[in-house]
Design a protein around this ligand. Structure first.
Ligand SMILES: Nc1ncnc2c1ncn2[C@@H]1O[C@H](COP(=O)(O)OP(=O)(O)OP(=O)(O)O)[C@@H](O)[C@H]1O
Ligand SMILES: [Mg+2]
Length: 384
């Protein structure tokens, strides 16, 4: 397999030329950088298929480059091979700890390097073209308490009966996630435990251990088990979890925390549909407007967005007032129902305790629209 782009970050000119000529001869396109910082700029301009990085370089080392790439949602999954003269166990382990996929010591045996490259590139392309894909529906909100989790949990229950392969719910609120609790589930593992494994190690049987199954069949995965573990959840762990879930089920619902963290940006990149949940009050709508503006600025397609105004208070504004503030008509207005609070107090989803509640009927409509949107998305993808 050739034609892929490989960025070489190497400060030693002759070594850079040797690698460049070798890879070009094998049919790869090559991008050259004389240090980590130059490589970072090059990679951010145009995502390569793989990065080869030396460790000791001026301005930015290969280890720091690896860490920076892993911490950004658009570069977190690029395969990285560290190439270094440092070959003692602590150096090699430091390379893996920074997030490298492989470590090749100098002087380089080019034949071994070629095999390792090929393996990583094949793995990535197999990954990208993998079979069936469920749709990813992300719930975003700008202010805590908008009702995002309430909607996510109930939607999961409502989608379940008409989903042939099932529904998954990923709680991406790293610090104070409560989606599992609302379904009375206590997951044993969280994505904190996935962070130390590469996506290659996370096969289907292994990933199954991260799933808690509700009686209705909804498969729940939580990002973090405790607030203080939040920072241990890596971007590749989240991306691997989303990939794994979408291979198992028809819909993956993701409940995000109110922020524009890299974790949420990674989820936005992978989402087929983003549901923006807003409370119906002036301050909440102003914050939602800010959120919508950011989505516009990162060129998120409006066709993949739905604005949900959720009356989590009986004192909300009218639809006209809402449209005046936000400049967009809501796609759906969910009425106030104190039964949500009663159900939450009972540790249940309203969909299970009171399926005919008026607010729940609106959520049923939302479930139907999501399924419709999925068909449209699938048809668009098929015709592309
Ligand atoms: N339509 C509604 N009518 C009445 N109460 C509601 C409605 N939607 C949500 N609530 C209540 O509002 C409270 C906050 O809801 P929820 O926890 O789902 O918000 P959230 O957006 O997930 O908050 P956080 O950002 O803290 O995760 C809960 O007590 C919930 O029962
Ligand atoms: Mg929540």
């Amino acid at each position: 397999m050739a034609g892929e782009t490989i960025v070489i970050a190497e400060d030693h000119g002759p070594s850079r030329t040797l690698l460049s000529e070798f890879l070009t001869r094998r049919g790869y396109h090559v991008g050259l950088a004389a240090d980590g910082l130059e490589a970072l700029h090059l990679i951010r301009e145009r995502t390569p298929n793989l990065v080869l990085a030396d460790v000791a370089m001026p301005r930015m080392s290969g280890l720091e480059l690896t860490r920076r790439l892993r911490a950004h949602h658009t570069t977190s999954r690029i395969p990285i091979i560290i190439v270094s003269a440092l070959k003692d166990a602590p150096d090699v382990l430091a390379g893996y700890a920074a997030g490298a996929d492989d470590y090749v010591s100098k002087p380089i045996d080019l034949n071994i390097l070629a095999v390792k490259l090929e393996q990583l590139l094949t793995r990535e392309s197999a990954h990208a073209g993998q079979g069936r894909f469920g749709k990813v529906v992300l719930l975003l909100h700008s202010r805590g308490g908008s009702g995002a989790t309430t909607i996510a949990v109930n939607l999961a229950c409502l989608l379940m009966p008409s989903s042939a392969a099932g529904v998954a719910l990923l709680d991406l609120n790293l610090e104070f996630g409560d989606a599992a609790r609302l379904l009375q589930l206590i997951p044993r593992l969280s994505l904190v435990d996935l962070a130390t494994h590469t996506s290659e190690q996370v096969d289907e049987p292994f990933f199954t251990k991260f799933i808690s199954r509700h009686a209705l069949g909804v498969q729940v995965v939580i990002a973090s088990d405790r607030p203080e573990h939040a920072e241990l959840v890596t971007l590749p762990a989240i991306q691997t979890a989303i990939d794994r879930l979408r291979q198992r089920v028809d819909q993956v619902l993701i409940d995000a925390a109110p922020s524009f963290s890299e974790h949420n940006l990674a989820a936005i990149d992978m989402a087929d549909l983003v549901l923006i949940v807003s409370a119906p009050t002036a301050p909440a709508l102003a914050a939602t407007q800010d959120l919508l503006d950011v989505l516009d600025r990162v060129n998120h397609p409006r066709a993949k967005e739905m604005l949900l105004v959720n009356h989590n208070t009986p004192l909300g504004l009218s639809p006209e007032q809402i449209q005046d503030i936000i400049g967009r008509a809501p796609d759906l207005v969910i009425p106030y129902s104190d039964r949500f609070v009663e159900a939450a107090n009972a540790g249940q989803a309203l969909a299970l305790t009171d399926p005919n509640d008026e607010a729940l009927l609106t959520l049923r409509e939302l479930a139907a629209r999501i399924q419709e949107a999925e068909h449209t998305l699938t048809e668009t993808q098929a015709s592309n």
